[in-house]
Design a protein around this ligand. Structure first.
Ligand code: RIB
Ligand code: CA
Length: 307
């Protein structure tokens, strides 16, 4: 069994940590690199947190530092109210002995795709700035990447506004470049991630079986669950970022609609991912249905397999 090589582009972030641990523990995934981006936290914190998560998972994963702001618009600011000031709920800043690689995130993505033609799935779970910069640096990556599976967007709903999902809203211009590129693109958006939820009992279960990684998630998620309870009225959190990695390991759990998409970049609907009649756009594989219970069980059992 050959493991699928993936690069996670990330702004860790609590659900980013869930996605990264899932990828580290899953036997059919080889996490060959991480690239950091502003979003839930500043770029400095995101980069440090990516290094911390690799170290916690006891894996040597190259981390490349990426963009600190959107391509064009002014930054919207960090999401400390959702993920905590340092990215992992109420936990203080964690430190890591790890160092970033010399390449920028965009250069790292291009180099890795060229060194592994047809083999790498890019999995961005933050704003799409690094991915747009990689496309600008080397447009030929569209023919060499295996596919791109993003956590972002939503056809029927938003989360930061009625229309926009956070990752797309944080850099809509970059996202539109990613949706316009001629590559195999899968969108794992709010249409499905809002159907996958975990609560305190679930994280108690992962802590019992895997005290280090499950326990870290349980501690970080306390704050996240408080936010969800205050915002949505229920003490359970949506499993946004891990659901994107699970769409790579277990695509059969999702139903897909194929639509060319564009991103609204300005005005009240800024950040909305919407069907487009613009000619020449390749259809995006949009996840519209999911077996939420199966995705949740897969996540929990994979974390339980850890330490
Ligand atoms: O809207 C959910 C996304 O925004 C996730 O990637 C989460 O980490 C936040 O950045
Ligand atoms: Ca994220």
């Amino acid at each position: 069994m050959t493991a699928q090589k993936i690069i996670i582009d990330t702004d860790p972030g609590i659900d980013d940590a869930m996605a990264i641990f899932y990828a580290c523990l899953h036997p059919r995934i080889e996490l060959v690199g991480m690239t950091s981006v502003f979003g839930n936290v500043t770029l400095e914190i995101a980069t440090r947190n990516a290094l911390v998560l690799a170290e916690l998972a006891d894996q040597e994963i190259p981390v490349a530092k990426g963009a600190q702001k959107p391509l064009i618009q002014k930054p919207n600011g960090v999401s400390a109210h959702v993920h905590g000031a340092e990215g992992f709920g109420r936990m203080p800043a964690c430190t890591s002995k790890g160092q970033v690689v010399a390449d920028s995130a965009a250069a790292f993505i291009c180099r890795m795709i060229h060194e592994n033609p047809g083999e790498i799935i890019l999995c961005p779970i933050g704003p799409l700035t690094n991915i747009a910069l990689a496309l600008q640096l080397d447009p030929s990556i569209v023919t060499k990447v295996k596919s791109v599976v993003i956590m972002g967007g939503g056809i029927k709903r938003g989360n930061v506004t009625d229309f926009a999902e956070a990752n797309i809203w944080n850099d809509p211009h970059a996202a539109d470049q990613v949706f316009a590129a001629d590559w195999d693109l899968v969108m794992v958006g709010l249409d499905v991630t809002h159907q996958v939820a975990c609560d305190r009992a679930d994280f108690a279960r992962t802590t019992k079986a895997a005290p280090v990684l499950g326990g870290f998630l349980a501690e970080a998620t306390e704050f996240y669950l408080d936010f969800y309870e205050g915002h949505y009225g229920k003490p359970e959190c949506h499993m946004h970022d891990p659901t994107a990695v699970i769409a790579i390991t277990d695509p059969q759990l999702f139903s897909i609609e194929n639509h060319p998409l564009e991103v609204i970049v300005e005005g009240e609907r800024a950040g909305q991912t919407t069907l487009t009649a613009k000619s020449g756009r390749r259809p995006v594989q949009v996840c519209m249905g999911v077996d939420g219970a199966a995705v949740k069980e897969l996540f929990l059992s994979t974390i339980e397999s850890g330490f």
